[in-house]
Design a protein around this ligand. Structure first.
Ligand SMILES: Nc1ncnc2c1ncn2[C@@H]1O[C@H](COP(=O)(O)OP(=O)(O)OP(=O)(O)O)[C@@H](O)[C@H]1O
Ligand SMILES: [Mg+2]
Length: 87
C-alpha cells in the first residue's frame, strides 16, 4: 500500500494503491471499506478496481460491466448504475 499527495494548493488528491500478488488476503475488502470510510468522512472517493474479477462491484451490490482493460484497450466507456454510482 502506498499513498502520495499529487495536488497543490487547496485541492489535495491522494492516490492509494492496495496490491498484493497473493490471493485472498483482503485487498478488495480493504479497498471497499477504506473507500466507504473516507466517503463517510466527507472525502470525494474514486474507487478503481483493476482486478478483472471485478469483485468491488459485487461488494457494492452493483452488476459487473466492462472492466478497466476494456476501458483502456477495448474502447469501452465508463457506465453509470444510478446517481453517483459507476464502476
Ligand atoms: N480482516 C478480515 N478478517 C477476516 N476475514 C477477512 C478479512 N478481510 C477479508 N476477509 C475475508 O477474506 C476473504 C478474501 O478477502 P478479499 O476478497 O478481500 O481478498 P482479495 O485479496 O481481494 O482476494 P483476491 O486475490 O481473490 O482478489 C473474503 O471472504 C473476506 O470476507
Ligand atoms: Mg480481490
Amino acid at each position: 500500500m502506498g499513498a502520495d499527495v499529487v495536488g497543490k494548493g487547496k485541492m489535495k488528491r491522494k492516490t492509494i494503491c492496495i496490491a498484493n500478488q497473493k490471493g485472498g488476503v483482503g485487498k478488495t475488502t480493504t479497498a471497499v471499506n477504506l473507500a466507504h470510510g473516507l466517503a463517510t468522512k466527507g472525502k470525494r472517493v474514486l474507487l478503481v478496481d483493476c482486478d478483472p474479477q471485478g469483485q468491488v462491484a459485487t461488494f457494492l451490490g452493483l452488476r459487473q460491466e466492462s472492466g478497466l482493460f476494456d476501458l483502456l484497450v477495448g474502447g469501452a466507456t465508463p457506465g453509470r448504475q444510478g446517481k453517483g454510482e459507476g464502476r
